[in-house]
Design a protein around this ligand. Structure first.
Ligand SMILES: C[S@@+](CC[C@H](N)C(=O)[O-])C[C@H]1O[C@@H](n2cnc3c(N)ncnc32)[C@H](O)[C@@H]1O
Length: 252
């Protein structure tokens, strides 16, 4: 029986460009079978989605995995023009097979090759709490959206944890873990997260909604519970503003 353990130097593993932990068979199987219908969209993600899509013609899905949101979003807005990007080639290959009429590209969300304001809406669900480069992805998503950026984070009112050697998720999903494939599990202090959002240029009007929930069984974390928080940022003229804060941590 092989010994199962996470990579010795997890930090080195994440910075290796050859390895794509999200190519793990369990992750591919999961995203080929899930997240492909509007019913699979989590309640926190739904809070802002319909309104944002209502006035949108184009959407960019950053970290699209096997592309299920191409179908899920069209169940909400049928005439949507959808583009999905993901850093993992195996995910994009799967997305192209399943949705040959849509546009999928292997692209690192830290460096999006699109001009400013290219898409009415950019979405980045289920990604930012699994990458140490969440600030870069956030900044790029904000740059390329014309109206609205939707994303989620994991928050705490205690100390944030961004060290993947001690906070990570085994990419096992419903299947068996291969003993190696892991993604960082990033938990941000809520004030740190808010400060990063308020630093965005141009300034945003911000809405946030979240609730406390248990971390999944596949996650190694010093926290048993975190706040699952969904955000909707809209480009606005003038100063940054917070128009909704339904998050169970105080703003000040
Ligand atoms: C947890 S899955 C989320 C999939 C999908 N957005 C959803 O909510 O169902 C995370 C995905 O983000 C992708 N990803 C991670 N880092 C990325 C990056 N820097 N640029 C683009 N995609 C990235 C992974 O390859 C993986 O497919």
């Amino acid at each position: 029986m092989p010994v199962r353990k996470v990579p010795n130097n997890t930090m080195e593993y994440f910075h290796s460009t050859e390895r794509h932990p999200w190519s793990a068979p369990a992750a591919l199987c999961y995203y080929e079978a899930n997240r492909g219908s509007a019913e699979d969209i989590y309640p926190s993600e739904r809070v802002f989605l319909a309104d944002a899509l209502n006035s949108a013609a184009t959407v960019l899905d950053i970290g699209c995995a096997a592309g299920g949101f191409a179908r899920a979003l069209r169940e909400i807005k049928p005439d949507l023009s959808y583009t999905g990007v993901d850093v993992t080639p195996a995910m994009v290959e799967s997305a192209r097979r399943q949705f040959p009429d849509d546009n999928f590209q292997v692209i690192d969300g830290r460096h999006l090759p699109f001009p400013d304001d290219s898409f009415d809406v950019a979405i980045c669900y289920g990604v930012l709490h699994m990458t140490m480069d969440w600030r870069e992805l956030l900044g790029e998503g904000w740059r390329v959206c014309r109206k609205t950026l939707l994303f989620d984070l994991r928050l705490t009112d205690s100390i944030g944890v961004c060290n993947p050697n001690i906070s990570y998720q085994k990419l096992a999903f419903d299947g068996e873990w291969d003993g190696e494939s892991v993604a960082p599990y990033i938990v941000l202090n809520h004030r740190e997260a808010l400060a990063a959002l308020q630093d965005l240029i141009p300034p945003c009007s911000l809405q946030g909604y979240g609730y406390i929930g248990p971390v999944s069984g596949n996650t190694v974390s010093s926290y048993r519970e975190v706040c699952m928080a969904a955000f909707c940022l809209s480009k606005s003229v003038g100063r940054a503003s917070i128009t909704r804060w339904d998050i169970p941590f105080p703003l000040i």
